[in-house]
Structure formats: C-alpha cells, structure tokens
Design a protein around this ligand. Structure first.
Ligand SMILES: O=C([O-])CC(=O)C(=O)O
Ligand SMILES: [Mg+2]
Length: 388
C-alpha cells in the first residue's frame, strides 16, 4: 500500500474573542488530506487532519519539510511490517528525521496535523472508530461509552457585561453541559472577581466552574489571585503563569489548596516530563491538558502517557485542550478524565458528531470508522474542499 496524494490548505478559525493573552480575530489552521491507494466502500481511503486553536496554521512548514519527507520515504519505511496499513510510529520517525532535539517551536503543530490524518486513515483502513482501535491496541481494551466534557467559554468580547456572561453560561447549561470554564486575567482583579461571582450566581448545585488565566500572571499576582479565589472551590485554576515557568507553578502549588490545570502549551514529551518533575503538580488532584494536535500528535501523546504512568500519574488526570474529535477519541479509548468543548467557537473544527447531544456533561461518539469527521457535516464539508 502507499500514499498517493497529500494536499494541505490554510483556513480561518477566527472568532472575535479575547483571552488574557491574545485575540483570535486572525487565528488560522492548516487542514490536510492524505490519500492512500487502499479502497474501502469503493473509494480510496483519505485521512484528514488539522491543528488545534491557539497556534497559527503551520502550512509553510508542512509544505517545505514535513510533507516532502513523507512523500519521499520508501513505502516500507512508513507501513506496518505486514504491509497492510500505515504505521504512525514509523511515519513520526520519518518526518522528524534531520530535526534537532529541543526548541520544538511550531514544528510540533505541523507534525500534529500529519499525525491526525495518519490515525484517521489507519483506523479507516482497519474499519473501526479510532477510539476502538486505541482501546484495543494501546489501552485496556475497554472503551468509555461516554466522555465527560465541559464548556469552555467566558471569553472577553467587546461590550460583553456580566449579564451577557451569565447568559452565555446559562446557554451552555441548556445545551446539556454541567461544568463551565471562563477566562480571567484580561481585566482588573476586582473586575475578574465580579465576573467569577456572576457566573457562580447562576450555576445550579452540582455544576462547577474552572478559570483560565492563559499564562498571564507573574508569581506574585498568581498567588494573590489564588488567595482571592480559593474559597470559591473552583474545579481548577488553569495556566496561572507562563507555561514553561515551572518554578512559578511549584510555588503556586504550595499555596493554592485546590486543583490546578496546565499543559496546553507544553508541546513535547521532554517538556511534559519536566513539568511532572519540577512544577510541583499533584497526581491526586491536578489536571494535565496536553493537546496532541499542537504537540507532535498522538505518537508523542502515547509516550507522554507512558511517562506519566512511570511517574505515578493516572491517565484519568488528563483532559486535553482543544475541543476536537481527535482528543475525544483518545479520551474514550485511553481512559482519560474527559475532553474540552467550545460550544459555538472555533467552528467548524471545535465540537463533536452531529446528532450526539451533550447529556449531563457527557457526550457519546459515533460508530464510524476513523476519527469521525464524516459524522460532523460542517467540518466534513470543509475537509472536502482541501486541494480544490
Ligand atoms: O483561549 C485559549 O487559548 C484556549 C484555552 O486556553 C483553553 O481552551 O483552555
Ligand atoms: Mg486554557
């Protein structure tokens, strides 16, 4: 078997929203289609992939380095030993050839785009949903029938007041979400505390709130903010400081008594290992948000899960950033805690299969081969335009 064609294009995922660090008005993603010569249902199998929000489209890196390496590889170097399928691990090694360690930069995003499309193709060739394949091959054989998801929103938005923020959160509850997340760090301390209280005021008992500072705070402010919010008993306090400031994280962990979450801007196994070693994260209560679609893909994510296991962390402490179907499959197949969801933003890449409503904070996955893009019509329609 072989890869017969690869097409990539840059598409907008812009939204007029702002977190504490960036606005998303010019955000883009790369979308890729990798065609094979394997025929299923009378048509060649095509694997699709894209990058997660927060980093811009790495299309030029894909075109200049990673796609040429894939297309120039000898067939035996990218397929399984029995020749029946693509091998994501071999492909990872091929496309990462002649790349020095460390630094990482935006190449982690480019590799994540290819990796997603390869896993989509691999599971389509096997004729199974990706979550099923993952549970059988890398997990304990058991699929989680439904996955915990929470609604991530509460962005800063021009002219958005407390009432609009409350209405937004009420809307998520009406959609079936139980827990909600909001941005902090993009306003004064006083204003953020009012915003948090406004949301807590409308949450029914049994629902919880997370706050996300997107890395905005220095150590002093991170601790002060933690002090102010600790009595709210939030589900977690996310990315207080710079994602690579492990000292800040460790100092905050000593003082903030509840759960902390971080990891969406940790892009490699080595950085994840350093986080676990040096940032004072607690495997009993904290959450890890590595997003494979930004960080060298699922091949790297599997290595991260192995590293976590060696350090006494359960996969159940992982709840990936990004709100996409790839991580939803990983959550269902590899026993993660759950997945993020962004109702209404980052469309059409955010969100899950059509006709699968959120119920009491959980969502089910469709029984279609691959990642399930074909079951999300707005996304699938966009993916069909790649190369056109
Ligand atoms: O606003 C963003 O960059 C997204 C984010 O942090 C999240 O989903 O946790
Ligand atoms: Mg975040």
């Amino acid at each position: 078997m072989k890869i017969t064609n690869v097409e990539v294009k840059t598409v907008p995922i812009s939204s007029p929203i702002r977190n504490a660090y960036i606005d998303f008005s010019k955000m883009t993603a790369s979308a890729i289609a990798i065609t094979t010569d394997v025929i299923r249902d009378g048509k060649p199998v095509v694997g699709y992939g894209f990058n997660s929000n927060g980093r811009y489209a790495p299309t030029s890196l894909l075109n200049e380095r990673f796609i040429p390496r894939l297309l120039e590889a000898e067939a035996k170097d990218i397929i399984t030993d029995d020749g029946t399928n693509l091998d994501p691990h071999k492909i990872h090694a091929i496309i990462m050839s002649n790349e020095k360690p460390g630094g990482h930069g935006e190449r982690t995003v480019a590799v994540g785009v290819i990796d997603m499309a390869i896993w989509d193709a691999v599971s389509k060739i096997e004729g199974k949903p990706l979550y099923q394949l993952l549970a059988e091959k890398y997990g304990n054989g058991q699929v989680d029938e439904k996955v915990y998801i929470y609604a991530a929103g509460g962005y800063y938005f021009p002219d958005k007041g407390l009432k609009e923020l409350q209405d937004e959160m009420k809307g998520y509850l009406e959609l079936g979400y139980k827990d909600v997340k909001m941005k902090v760090g993009g306003a004064s301390l006083k204003e953020d505390l009012h915003r948090i209280e406004a949301v807590l005021d409308i949450l029914p008992s049994g629902s919880g709130l997370m706050v996300d500072a997107n890395g905005r705070f220095d150590l002093k402010y991170a601790i002060e903010f933690g002090e102010k919010i600790k009595d709210y008993e939030l589900i977690w306090y996310e990315e207080a400081g710079d994602p690579l400031d492990f000292h800040l994280q460790a100092e905050l962990s000593k003082r903030y008594p509840h759960a902390i979450a971080t990891g969406e801007n940790i892009f490699s196994l080595q950085d994840a290992t350093n986080l676990i070693r040096y940032a004072g994260m607690n495997p009993e209560k904290d959450f890890l948000q590595f997003d494979c679609a930004l960080s060298y893909g699922l091949v790297e994510y599997l290595r991260i899960l192995e590293m976590l296991d060696e350090h006494g962390w359960s996969s159940r402490r992982c709840i990936p950033h990004g709100g996409h179907q790839m991580s939803l499959n990983i959550a269902a197949g590899l026993a993660l805690h759950g997945n993020e969801s962004y109702p209404g933003v980052f469309q059409p890449f955010g969100g899950f299969a059509d006709n699968y409503a959120v119920e009491d904070g959980y969502v089910k996955l469709p029984e279609v081969p691959g990642i399930g893009f074909e079951a999300k019509s707005d996304l699938y329609n966009l993916l069909l335009t790649i190369g056109k």
